[in-house]
Design a protein. Sequence first.
Length: 122
Amino acid sequence: MPLTAGQRALLEALLTQRLHQLQRQLALHHGDSRVAHAQELLEARDSGREVDMALSDLELRELGDVSLALRRIHGEDYGLCADCGGSIAFDRLRAQPWVLRCVACASAGERRPGRQAHHMSL
C-alpha cells in the first residue's frame, strides 16, 4: 500500500531529526575536521578507542543511509523493498525510515551464507 502524504511527512521529519542527531554525535566525537578523524583512525591503539572508532563508522554509515532516504522520500520507490518491490510496512519505516528492504527480504538476506547485515533489522 502506498504511503500517504501524512506518513511521508512524518517519516521525513524523523529522518531530518536523525540526520541532525548523527551530525551532532559525529561532531562531538571528532570535531568538524575530517583530517583530525583520519589521524585518529591511524593513531587508534587501545581497544576503547577502537570501539569508539567502530561506533563512529556505524554512525557515518547510518548518516549516509539517512541522507539517501531523505533524497528518496518523495520519489516513487521510497517505501518499496529494494529486493522484491513490495511495500515496506509503515511501522518498520517509522522505526527505521532509512531501511531499503521489507522484513522478509532483510531476514532472507541475513540468512544467506557470507552475507553480513548492514544494520539491525526489525
